[in-house]
Design a protein around this ligand. Structure first.
Ligand code: SAM
Length: 277
């Protein structure tokens, strides 16, 4: 990329603009992404293009979604433009990824140094619109820890279950604040998500399964049963709930945070029978 040091640009805090400045981290991300000419890459939030410039060299086609109009102008000016790259000025959360992907047969590889103020909504959107195969995402370490946490760990939460249901998850490494400008207040982490061909567990209804998980984690200090007593529409007496858990070899005083994703699936497939539809 032709870098212009005179380009005056004040990073916008409201858009989580902490730009990567370290080429070693860029290389680390690219090595993990293993991009080839056959790949269709989607980068979320390209910023000043430190990753984009390297992605273009390897990918068959690159889509960039960047909310900031000034940054889009910057990218158009300083990136080596060709028909290989398409810069879309838009809010990623409002984009229809299926409409963007006009190469219908090919799925995206996602790369992003995420804007941290919307890390979770972006991940949720990716899990909803699964038009991709794998994603390399930089995010705040705390969110990455929740995603990779196992049952019983203090970080194990709803997002651990939702992400692991759809994806294999790997922690690539931690990244210190010094490699960004401006420096964020938190340490970052890079994780790789590989979309599973089929979800990790078999559930009769995904909506019901996710609603159950949400209820189970609604008040972390309460037992699973006490949280389940508030599950909308599930009007079962405590003794019945105890019997259901006991039938699944789950202790009646367990907290939701100790239940594995497989146990949640079994419980979900049983409890759904107590709902009319
Ligand atoms: N990729 C660049 C880098 O590594 O230096 C920039 C990363 S910066 C942490 C996040 C980028 O996401 C910023 O460029 C910001 O403008 C952009 N962004 C913030 N909110 C966005 C949104 N809703 N949709 C698309 N891009 C967004």
């Amino acid at each position: 990329m032709k870098e212009n040091i005179l380009f005056k640009f004040k990073p916008q805090k409201k858009w989580g603009q902490n730009f990567l400045t370290d080429k070693n981290i860029v290389q680390k991300i690219l090595k993990e992404a293993n991009i080839t000419e056959q790949d269709l890459v989607l980068e979320i939030g390209a910023g000043k293009g430190i990753l984009t410039a390297q992605i273009i060299k390897k990918a068959g086609k690159v889509f960039v979604i960047e909310i900031d109009k000034n940054l889009c102008l910057y990218l158009e000016k300083y990136l080596p433009l060709s028909d290989k790259i398409k810069i879309i000025q838009a809010d990623f959360l409002k984009c229809d990824l299926e409409a963007i992907n006009n190469e219908k047969l090919l799925k995206f590889k996602i790369i992003a140094n995420l804007p941290y103020y919307i890390t979770t909504p972006i991940i949720m959107k990716l899990l909803k619109q699964r038009v991709w195969t794998e994603a390399l995402l930089m995010m705040q370490k705390e969110v990455a820890q929740r995603i990779i946490a196992s049952p019983g760990n203090k970080d194990y939460s709803r997002i651990s279950i939702i992400v692991n249901y759809y994806c294999e998850v790997k922690l690539i490494g931690h990244v210190s604040p010094e490699v960004f400008f401006p420096q964020p207040k938190v340490t970052s982490a890079i994780i790789k998500l590989v979309l599973r061909k089929t979800p990790l567990v078999n559930v009769k209804s995904e909506d019901f399964f996710f609603a159950l998980v949400k209820t189970a984690f609604s008040e972390r200090r309460k037992t699973l049963i006490n949280n389940l007593m508030k599950f909308p529409g599930l009007n079962l007496k405590k003794e019945i709930l105890c019997a259901i858990l006991s039938g699944l070899n789950i202790s009646s005083d367990i907290r939701g945070e100790r239940l594995s994703i497989e146990q949640f699936a079994k419980l979900s497939n049983l409890l759904i029978n107590f709902f009319p539809n």
